[in-house]
Design a protein around this ligand. Structure first.
Ligand SMILES: [Zn+2]
Length: 186
């Protein structure tokens, strides 16, 4: 690692573990930030807006992470989730950053608009993020995260329905794992 990562101590180990699967992100600036007001989501990756008007190399990304997780109706600190689940969750967000890192500033802005306005756009963006994660060896972790969300965490029916509508099901992850892309463009 060429520079110190900006990661809260509580999740530093799992974040570094997830990052270790993405050698290409070694020199990419990513800030991990606890956020108390993530609207209906647990983690969220985005480019840092103020850095979107300089060169792509200087662009910084933010992963916002909810400090608390509602586990079967009980508030618990996010770092108390099982390690594999957190590595998979962060690994998925890093998949988004891989995707963003290949986009120009303009296509990122269009991406942001598409994500906010079109359901099919969200579905394809989530598929891309999971595909990056699986192709970087995180398949088992992504499965752990999905199993946790769908079957263990006692999430609300509305949340689970949303996940089922917008995210790849576990069977598709297994399919991707069996058909991993070895080569990848720079
Ligand atoms: Zn996502």
């Amino acid at each position: 690692m060429d520079f110190d990562r900006d990661i809260p101590a509580e999740i530093k180990d799992v974040a570094l573990k997830a990052l270790s699967f993405y050698p290409k992100l070694k020199d990419v600036r990513i800030e991990f930030i606890f956020n108390e007001n993530l609207w209906k989501s647990v983690m969220q990756a985005q480019p840092k807006f103020v850095t979107m008007f300089s060169s792509r190399k200087k662009r910084t990304y933010i992963i916002k992470i909810s400090h608390w997780f509602d586990f079967k109706g009980k508030r618990m600190p996010i770092q108390d989730l099982p390690e594999d689940v957190l590595v998979g969750w962060i690994g998925h967000e890093l998949g988004h950053i891989m995707d963003y890192s290949k986009k120009s500033n303009w296509s990122l802005i269009l991406f942001g608009i598409g994500y906010l306005t079109s359901k099919s756009f969200v579905i394809s963006a989530e598929r891309v993020a999971d595909t990056y994660a699986v192709n970087h060896g995180l398949g088992e972790y992504i499965l752990a995260t999905k199993d946790f969300i769908l079957h263990q965490a006692g999430m609300s029916d509305a949340y689970i329905e949303k996940i089922k509508r917008l995210y790849l099901p576990p069977e598709e992850i297994i399919y991707l794992m069996e058909n991993i892309l070895v080569e990848e463009d720079g």
